[in-house]
Design a protein around this ligand. Sequence first.
Ligand code: ZN
Length: 512
Amino acid sequence: MSNISLFQAKYQELKSRLIQIQDLEAASSLLNWDQTTYMPTGGTYARGRQIATIKELAHEKRTSPIIGQLLEDLRPYEQSLPYDSNEASLIRITRRDYQRATRIPSEFMAKLCQHQTVSYETWVKAKSFKDFSLVQPCLEKTLELSQELASFFPYKHIADPLIDFVDEDMTVAILRPLFSQLRQKLRPIVEAITSAPPMEDSCLYQYYPKEQQLKFGHTVIERIGFDFQRGRQDETPHPFTSSFSIGDVRITTRVYEDNFSEALFSTIHEVGHALYEQGIDIELEGTPLARGSSSGIHESQSRLWENMVGRSRGFWECFYPQLQGIFLKQLSSISISKFYQAINKVVKSPIRTDADEVTYNLHVMIRFDLELAMLEGKLAVQDLPEAWNERYKTDLGILPANNSEGVMQDVHWYGEMIGGMFQGYTLGNLMAAQIYQAAIKYNPEVTVAIEQGDFTLLHEWLQQNIYQHGRKYTAHELINRLTGKSLSIDPFINYIQDKYSNMYHLKAPISA
Ligand code: ZN
């Protein structure tokens, strides 16, 4: 056999092993999707075991020394190929995954998973009793385990390996100054907006029948580009997106009949994630490249569609007449300007998931800083509620009414880990603004097309520049390719200043 055909044979072997691992992963997430949507509750116990069995098999295959050997043997082949070829990218990304998976002892993973289940259940109870002390011992254990997990990797900052799991290439050294700049710019903007007379949004809180909301949402997401031949939508208490293959990407939504914006905007958000997964190059199907690049980039796609498109004036120039036609009684006397203001109302609220796009990042950055302080050993878990409330007072000028509305509001620390849990949300908002700016620069007609209900220009640009590549490029690489610059807070700040100084008739520009 010649060298080249030897390499090709080894590459094929690697690829078919990887596809088997992906198939197991897809089966496990399908079981999970089923559990959250249609499974009778009686199936819970067995389902947990079934998912664990499949995950264990996938882990064994993923950490098999044969994969390690193939990756070693394929090093010269990888180096002989262009960096962004499918082959070199697959070898490179698999090597990263392999090194990561093999550093963590499987006994540790088992211990962590077991603890997470107990901690999650304890959190549900503690939250309902509004009593942090019930979950405090669990969270202390989670902190220890998170520190132990980080210790399996070399690092500059203890949070770096945990951040790297989801946002490759991002480190505390990059994020801390970026977020601190962002906070400094945002706080005076939030102050200026919230000192102005508040927007009237009662039109959103009338009776909106569920069937009609779902029907309207369906029309919107089909027009945006969600492919129902390769996806579906179901209802769950917490919306999410699951991809089982490029040809089967599912979203879920929840509908409140007394709140119009909840279902629609969370649906558009999930569609942003789904368009990304549906848009991956079919050549990458079944491989570890057939996923989004990082949690930040993924979130940038959902936030771009949800906020920059879905909450824009142009979007409603197109859809508002249709919406008024469906909800005549509720909206016939509400002008498009009033509706636009209502869906963009800025208010300091204690809950992250309810936050508008201006205050949202302040919530995220509080969590990011507290995670770092805990991991560094500078903040004890027992002092967390006080530190939380302190930060809400300084950053947002409000105090949560109790710990359920405060430090216990998000599941992340209680169901997963401490570290790497939150930065992706803010990165997503920053990247969304930077990417959208690049899309408009490249195609100035994008916004006019949106007013006319034509989303193909934007969709195709994102498809071409982001979606198709799957995991080939890291977030930094993608942002640099698209915008010629590194990640920056400026496009986001400019976007917020433009949009809100107009809307709130503030003496523009609001500056820090
Ligand atoms: Zn999301």
